[in-house]
Design a protein around this ligand. Structure first.
Ligand code: TMP
Length: 211
């Protein structure tokens, strides 16, 4: 693996997608070959899985194990089809969520055994790990306000995660903090409750040391 793999994590409304886009533009402007991906999704197969996990057909309740496996099926496809080849070519790969989301949402959030979650992840990632993970940290109250604004001001509709309730998201947020604390060399915690420009600058200074 000769490229650079940067992942973005955080709860709903933390600003990941905006910041991934801004970082990709800046890196490209500086002449770096950059690939931007998202999870679940990022490949045609992964995007089909994304639809199923966000909007389960027939409003069926998706079981936590099914959710875990679908997330990691999307991930396996993304690793093999996009991430591994891009890194082998020396590109900078930016991914909006990666395996920390499975540990936070399916492990801490849904309450699945963390060792079991890790097994599914290991199968999917086949040894590929991020060099840097940016956790955009916002309080739950900010997340809830941003999600409700977004649902009112865009044509986006509520997915099954948005319906999971406050206790679930408290566990997910705690989960991200536990993960970041356990791997301080890989994680940078960015305060996502500042202005968009401030967050962009903080991310840029974290990334520069890896270039
Ligand atoms: P988002 O990328 O638009 O935030 O939507 C993806 C949703 O999927 C989000 O609620 C987090 C969730 N998710 C998991 O539960 N586990 C995972 O492994 C990943 C990648 C996402």
């Amino acid at each position: 693996m000769s490229g650079l793999f940067i992942t973005f994590e955080g709860i709903e409304g933390c600003g990941k997608s905006t910041q991934v886009e801004r970082l990709a533009k800046r890196l490209a402007k500086e002449g770096h070959e950059t690939l931007t991906l998202r999870e679940p999704g990022g490949t045609p197969i992964g995007e089909a899985i994304r639809d199923v996990v966000k909007f389960p057909p027939g409003h069926n309740t998706i079981s936590p194990d099914t959710e875990l496996l679908l997330m990691n099926a999307s991930r396996a496809q993304l690793v093999q089809q996009a991430i591994r080849p891009a890194l082998a070519n020396g590109a900078i790969v930016l991914c909006d969520r990666f395996y920390d989301s499975s540990l936070a949402y399916q492990g801490h959030g849904r309450g699945l055994d963390l060792a079991k979650v890790q097994k599914a992840i290991d199968l999917a990632i086949d040894g590929i790990k991020p060099n840097l993970t940016l956790l955009l940290d916002i309080p739950l109250s900010v997340s809830q306000a941003r999600v409700s604004d977004r649902l009112q001001s865009t044509d986006e509709i509520q997915d099954q995660f948005d319906e999971s309730g406050t206790k679930f998201f408290e566990r997910v947020l705690d989960g991200f903090h536990i993960l970041a604390k356990a791997e301080p060399a890989r994680f940078r915690i960015i305060n996502g409750d500042k202005s968009v420009d401030n967050v962009t600058e903080e991310i840029w200074s974290s990334v520069q040391s890896h270039l």
